[in-house]
Ligand binder design. Structure first.
Ligand code: SF4
Length: 305
């Protein structure tokens, strides 16, 4: 029998287990939008004439973030939404997702800025994989290089806040992983960031309380075209284990992921008291903020030269 929306009598498109409601298309969209708006407000006031950059890869999460922020700020003509894309240079993967990003930006009338690893570090990710020492994984290079590119590009565009597409699953996994590894310092530094560190663009995570499955459904219901493929270098051994653990917990006890984030939020100030942000210097090679003499991106760059 077709289930009906708990708010109206239309056919339901989903059942939200953690709060026991069936929702139709319209009420599901309202439900996601309302929680994203609340989360954005909680992550800090958006000042007048703000520029918000959205890191867009072409996947569902980053594109849902872009669409939602564009819609949210449609009545604030003083707030500019800009898309930032990093082209890592991964054949058969990133070259397929960038056209999807361009299509979405044209549709939304959003300016898109693309920066590549090749122009920044002199090598594509495909070349890094060949040149890198075997003991360091591809994702270690890619993550550090991407953060560098995003921060420098955001600064050059005078962006006030940088939004990423991290969802409820990503964040609850990171919290759990850092607990299990007893890495309290890293735990204290997880975004979103309220304190502004000189030289670092603060991050916001609008989808922080939205489960990955709801993001996918939102993209489908709204007809958002996204690139659905896995990076050929993805090695998710450890994160995959935590993902499985969280699925099992969520299945047995719906709402577990939300509870993990709520518990984390209630102890974040204590963690920041124990591990206050470290004083940052300018990297002696590129000038980017670092707690060492040279930043991680410059150190990794020199290892492939
Ligand atoms: Fe980069 Fe690793 Fe993500 Fe691929 S899976 S895009 S190499 S961080």
């Amino acid at each position: 029998m077709t289930k009906r929306c708990s708010k109206c009598s239309k056919p339901a498109v989903t059942y939200i287990r953690y709060n026991g409601t069936h929702l139709c298309n319209e009420h599901f969209i309202n439900y996601v939008t309302r929680r994203v708006k609340k989360e954005v407000r909680q992550q800090g006031k958006t000042p007048a004439h703000a520029k918000i950059g959205v890191a867009v890869s072409g996947g569902k999460d980053s594109l849902v973030t872009l669409h939602l922020l564009k819609e949210m700020f449609s009545k604030r003509p003083d707030v500019e939404i800009i898309a930032l894309t990093i082209d890592e240079g991964i054949q058969g993967y990133r070259d397929k997702s960038i056209p999807v990003v361009k299509k979405n930006c044209e549709l939304l009338n959003v300016d898109l800025h693309i920066v590549s690893f090749k122009e920044t570090f002199g090598a594509t990710m495909d070349e890094v994989v060949i040149k890198k020492p075997s003991q360091i994984g591809a994702c270690s290079y890619c993550g550090v290089f991407r953060r560098f590119c995003l921060n420098t590009l955001a600064k050059s565009l005078h962006i006030d806040k940088l939004a990423t597409g991290h969802n409820l699953d990503d964040i609850s996994q990171s919290i759990l992983m850092n607990f299990v590894n007893a890495d309290m310092e890293k735990l204290a530094r997880l975004g979103p960031h309220k304190k502004i560190q000189p030289g670092l663009i603060p991050r916001m995570m609008p989808l922080r309380m939205i489960p990955e499955k709801e993001n996918t459904l939102y993209a489908i219901v709204k007809g958002i075209e996204f690139h659905d493929a896995e990076c050929p270098y993805a090695v998710e051994a450890l994160r995959g284990t935590f993902k499985d653990i969280l699925y099992t917990l969520e299945d047995q006890n719906p709402g577990t992921r939300h509870s993990i984030i709520k518990s984390y939020d209630s102890m974040k100030e204590l963690l920041l008291g124990l591990y206050p942000p470290t004083r940052l210097n300018a990297c002696q090679s590129c000038g980017e903020p670092t707690s060492h003499t040279f930043c991680k991106a410059c150190m990794l760059k020199s290892s492939i030269e």
